[in-house]
Design a protein around this ligand. Structure first.
Ligand code: 9WN
Length: 425
């Protein structure tokens, strides 16, 4: 085992708060949904029980209707805004702990398959009951997605808040977010810029809109049907849909192992619907997949990493495969580390600002996985190698400047450590 692998494990231990892992100390002091799913896979490379525990602690926050919230506030902290008092979701789920009122990409099902597969190779028959319980939690959340976030049956699931996407202030949301009012009743007490330079974070007006959206949904008392009608921001997101589709395929795999025939049928229907929806979002001229703004009815053409995420779920045809390869190579041309979260030739590109250019190790992990699935192993190996090099050079930071390779955002970041462990595994 290398020193760097040791260091990655040490970061997960340092960020462990008792069976769940915070993304990084102070900047993100709670349990985040998709961070924990990635982190559980990192744990699975050396500690299966801890991997299961990460997911078990996450579902403590699952709502009665199946939603897996984006943050679980296990223990109070005043180093992050907005905290539980701003969300005010208490009445929506009658269990402790409190949570935020929105969700995040459902990497959970992908993680469960990953850790279950490793457990099986280790001959761990004792994980069966734990796997079954987590499988049913994931299934409930996938039902929630289909019912609540695709009520008009497009085969695409929608986000009602940029924070749900995980790519918070991506240029992809600019036009849709500009329609949202900047007026808020809540005083905005940002904590993020106390930990990280403001030049790397969203602008104040973005935060005003983020909080305005929280207030709209809070006034709906977090009722999903009311939220759908009231939402001033509503985007059918290809990245989210692709992750849901892939996680659904992974749940089908688990259900086959557990011999759950009704569940296999139900999930197979969901899978087919999502793949049909995704296939319709490919654009030849852009050489990628595009999200749909459900309020304007227009394609979101901004070139972001989301263009390529559907590869984790979809088998491309030969034409698409070549187009994607060319396009990713074009985006990475001249970069020390790709894949940038916004294309470097775009006027929105900013190499250091959140989701507007920097490289995230977990996004590369998804892209590498999608390229391998689509027989583009050579390009996958290059991106994987560059990601590992970037981490070895700059450390386990939150994200990287693609032009300089500099490490940015929070330090000692859990999902970067997890990405290292999995890509090295
Ligand atoms: C809001 C924790 C999270 C990640 C997101 C990332 C960032 C939060 C924030 O940090 O979002 O959820 O306050 O900026 O964008 O992907 O899950 O690491």
């Amino acid at each position: 085992m290398s020193d760097i692998t040791d260091a990655a494990r040490a970061i997960l231990a340092f960020n462990d708060r008792g069976g769940y892992t915070v993304p990084t100390d102070a900047l993100y002091p709670f349990q985040w949904n998709w961070d924990s799913a990635f982190v559980s896979m990192g744990f699975a490379t050396f500690n299966i029980d801890r991997a299961y525990q990460e997911l078990e602690r996450l579902i403590e926050g699952q709502w009665d209707d199946g939603m897996l919230p984006h943050i679980v506030f296990h223990v109070p902290s005043d180093t992050y805004f907005p905290g539980p008092d701003v969300w005010n979701t208490h009445h929506r789920h009658h269990k402790k702990p409190t949570t935020s009122g929105i969700t995040q990409p459902p990497v959970f099902g992908m993680a469960l398959r990953y850790i279950y597969e490793i457990a099986l190779t280790e001959g761990r028959e004792d994980v069966l009951a734990r796997t079954r319980l987590l499988f049913h939690a994931a299934l409930r959340s996938h039902r929630w997605w289909m019912k609540v976030r695709d009520p008009e049956k497009r085969g695409l699931v929608a986000i009602l808040h940029p924070w749900e996407s995980g790519s918070d202030n991506s240029p992809a949301w600019d036009e849709a977010l500009a329609r949202v009012s900047t007026i808020t009743k809540t005083e905005i007490c940002r904590q993020d810029t106390k930990h990280v330079s403001a030049a790397m974070r969203p602008h104040h007006a973005d935060y005003q809109r983020f909080i305005h959206l929280v207030e709209v949904y809070r006034e709906c008392k977090w009722d999903p049907v009311k939220q759908w009608s009231a939402a001033p921001f509503k985007v059918a997101d290809v990245q989210m849909t692709a992750i849901l589709a892939r996680a659904t395929a992974d749940l089908i795999w688990i259900a086959s192992h557990l011999n759950l025939l009704d569940e296999i049928n139900e999930l197979s229907t969901i899978h087919r619907i999502l793949l049909d929806g995704l296939r319709g979002r490919w654009r030849n001229n852009l050489r990628g997949f595009v999200s749909l703004d459900l309020i304007s009815g227009k394609d979101i053409q901004k070139p972001t990493q989301a263009y390529f995420i559907p590869l984790i779920a979809i088998e491309l045809d030969t034409y698409q495969r070549e187009a994607v390869q060319d396009e990713i190579e074009r985006w990475c041309n001249g970069m020390i580390v790709g894949v940038p979260s916004t294309a470097p030739f775009s006027s929105d590109f900013e190499s250091k600002r959140y989701w507007r250019g920097p490289v995230w190790a977990v996004i590369n992990w998804l892209i590498v996985d999608g390229l391998c699935k689509n027989h583009l192993a050579e390009l996958a190996a290059i991106i994987e190698g560059n990601t590992i090099n970037a981490i070895e050079r700059a450390g386990f930071c939150e994200y990287f400047d693609p032009i300089t390779g500099e490490g940015l955002g929070g330090n000692s970041f859990s999902w970067t450590a997890a990405a290292y462990l999995v890509l090295r595994h």
